[in-house]
Ligand binder design. Sequence first.
Ligand code: IMO
Ligand code: MG
Length: 432
Amino acid sequence: MPSNVIVGLQWGDEGKGKITDLLSKNSDYVIRYQGGNNSGHSIHINKKHLILHLIPSGVVYPYIKCIIGPGVVIDPKYLLIEIKKIESIGINTSKVFLAKRAHITMPYHRLLDKYKEESLGDQSIGTTHCGIGPTYEDKIARVGIRVLDFLNLKIFHKKLKDNLDYKNQIITKIYKREPLSFESIYEEYIEYAKSLLPRIIDSVHEIHDAFQKEKKILFEGAQAMLLDINYGTYPYVTPSSTSTGGVCIGSGIPPIFLKNFIGIAKAYCTRVGYGPFPTEIKSHISDMIRQKGNEYGATTKRPRRCGWLDLLSLKYSCMINGINYLIITKLDVLSELKFIKVCIGYKSNGKEIQYFPANIVEEDIEIIYVDFPGWKKDISHIKEYEDLPKNCKKYITFIENFLNLEILLISIGSERNQNIIKNKSSFFKIFS
Ligand code: IMO
Ligand code: MG
């Protein structure tokens, strides 16, 4: 049975957690395929707030198998904290599994992430300091420690020794800091290995078997298109393939297994961390949006930068991801505004640019906006699309027409049931 993919189309925090939770109800599997605990996926159920960093957002349903796939980098310390935290609120995690091929984040990765960012000064990326970059660096350098190394502690011991000898040279000689102790890391990690052992699986075979048995599988993206290592606003990106292409790479399946590519975009834009943000708002409106939308990092608690919806970059994201259905989130956040701007193009040196530019970091960009009157009405309890204010529908129709895409669902609040299913026949065809 061809499966569904959920990806973020902006700079992250589009509401992938809420939407995955909502759409996974009838799934047998929810699979994360890239990123690490740099993600913060929020779910609100009956006023309870849950933030997931590594565990797939299907975990709330006890019958769903949740796999942290081979393309993910796993910090076992924070995974175990996350497991404990969600178990403490009564959620069963016995169906959470780790792929043998996933790479492990070690203490030196976290430190190197932090030291490098500090050394870059005003050139820093604004990473989450979770060690994601250094873990992927080791993976590509072919020296990484994988989950399967937890199954053979002799190999783990050797790999840790080799890696730490090298990393300690960087830590002491380049960053002039104290070296890390092999013994304490080894002791700490063999405890993690013991705790995680029952969850380690060969995910490739598990997932292929599931496809054979026609199970319903949902792939949950982390971060988002404009943070993608290849197609994002490089170098202000995360080091993984956040696009739908990353699903195959990060979970070991062929593209033909995938069917519905569901893109999530906020009704405006946010960005946390540094890097280009063409439609960033520099007035009090930014604070209004941040306040109403609770735009603070779920992982780092940093205030998010806020800006107008950027349809040029959204078109680019939809194109690269092959999006066939769009979900718009946080439309309710705009309800208090007198007017709303939407970016429909960029200009550089007075000339209109047709496409989202590869060198956006260096480009001096001017934005072409279209203004919309606000609707000045609380929409957070509306159930039917027809009942939305006229100006609100105008805004939605404009987005659909510009992108030539059908909007499946509009989220109008953080609670699980605060949604308007815009296209019911498509929605129930995909998710029942
Ligand atoms: P979710 O899944 C928003 C950003 C960081 C930084 C850049 C690189 O919740 O949407 P990294 O630690 O990944 O090396 O940092 O990427 N970033 C995110 N921004 N949402 C996320 O995840 C993010 N994960 C990383 O702020 O700018
Ligand atoms: Mg987030």
